[in-house]
Design a protein around this ligand. Structure first.
Ligand SMILES: [Zn+2]
Length: 285
């Protein structure tokens, strides 16, 4: 049964709930008794990367001399194996703030998931160097835990969202948390959060627009300008070069993913151009 008012105490159900989600679950010896004390109410899930593609579950369970383990409750390897390493409080969150958490108290109110991943770079595109097996094990783990706790996908947050300002954390790197939450919401089975309505069927002025990888010119520059300044959260780094390059295609795909009704193909045709409200350049001028 989901807990309407938040779970109190240690989540001794972790392995069972993750297994019931169809995940490949390993139970690290002694996990039920491992922790820095017991949980208060659990309010959400916090996602991390370890900083190395090869960090083991044991390194999370035992920690290191200056920071003893457990360093999270759950470890996810690159092959998608989900290892439960602790049921008690773990040192994963550190200091930080988030609206539904008491200041600096993330460890006592969130279940931490450490993924064996370098994180690539703070600016890396979504899921770069995140194998499908690992990414979907993460999505399904967040969903299984959230469903058990009766929490929506909005309660899955990244360490960077909590501790970014306080600690300069950027994990999980190469994970767009909004997109992860949409995937988690889908897996929970709850309707994804309200999105903008389907764009109107393009007519008239956008009918002839067709821009794709390799296209050059002023219309491409206008497309890049539109993406860069209106969708800075994921396209802010675009160069206005007038050349439809890989980065432009990725930004277009991102826009398409986020816009209901659009086909995600990285090509700007009439529907995508209309949804972007792209300013049209008269190429004959
Ligand atoms: Zn972290």
């Amino acid at each position: 049964m989901p807990q309407a008012a938040g779970w109190r105490g240690d989540p001794l159900w972790l392995a069972d709930v993750l297994r019931a989600e169809g995940l490949d679950v390993a139970e690290f010896a002694g996990w039920r008794g491992r922790g820095h004390g017991d949980f208060h109410d659990i309010r959400g899930v916090m996602v991390h990367h370890t900083g190395s593609d090869f960090a083991t579950a044991a390194s999370i369970a035992y920690g290191r001399p200056e920071l003893p383990g457990p360093l999270s409750q759950v470890h996810i390897g690159r092959a998608g194996t989900v290892t439960v390493v602790a049921a008690g409080v773990a040192w994963h969150a550190g200091v930080g703030v988030y609206p539904w958490l008491p200041v600096n108290m993330g460890n006592w109110h969130t279940i931490g998931i450490e993924c064996a991943n370098s994180g690539t770079a703070p600016w890396a595109p979504h899921r770069q160097n995140w194998p499908d097996a690992q990414y979907f094990a993460l999505v399904n783990s967040c969903a299984a835990i959230s469903r058990r706790l009766g929490l929506p996908a909005a309660r899955t947050i990244g360490h960077k969202e909590y501790a970014g300002r306080a600690q300069g954390k950027w994990d999980p790197g190469a994970i767009d948390m909004d997109r992860l939450r949409l995937d988690v919401a889908r897996q929970i089975g709850a309707p994804a959060r309200a999105t903008s309505p389907r764009p109107a069927v393009p007519v008239g002025r956008y009918a002839d627009v067709l821009l794709y990888r390799g296209t050059r010119g002023r219309q491409v520059a206008e497309l890049q300008r539109r993406l860069k300044f209106a969708y800075a959260s994921y396209a802010g780094g675009l160069e206005i070069s007038g050349e439809f390059d890989v980065a432009t295609e990725e930004a277009v795909r991102e826009f398409q993913r986020r816009t209901p009704g659009l086909h995600v193909d990285g090509i700007v045709g009439p529907a995508t151009a209309a949804a972007l409200e792209l300013r049209l350049i008269d190429v004959d001028l």
